[in-house]
Design a protein around this ligand. Sequence first.
Ligand SMILES: [Zn+2]
Length: 104
Amino acid sequence: MSGRTRATPCPPTRKRQASPEGVGPVRTCVGCRARAAKADLVRVVAVEGECVPDPAGTLPGRGAHVHHDPECLARAERRKAFPRALRVSGPLDTERLHAVVVPR
Ligand SMILES: [Zn+2]
C-alpha cells in the first residue's frame, strides 16, 4: 500500500498538562500529606492569627495548601498543620476556611 497518508503531526510543544503525576504545579495537602495538582487545592495564608483562604493565589506570604475536603481540613487542624506550615506561633483560626473547603 503506497497511498498511506499520515495525519498531520502534532505540534512538538503543548505536551504539558497539569496532573498530579505530571509536570504541572504540584503541592502537598497539609491534611492528608498527599500531593495533588495545585488546582485541586485551596491556598491558605495566615493573616493576623487567622487562616485566610486564597483561591486566587494572590495574597503575599507563605502559603499552605489543603484539598477541597472538610476531612483534610479537620486533619490539618488536629495536627496543627497550619501554624507549622505557615510558620506562625500560636493557634490559627480556621473559621473562614470551613466556608470555602467544601466538597465539590
Ligand atoms: Zn488532602
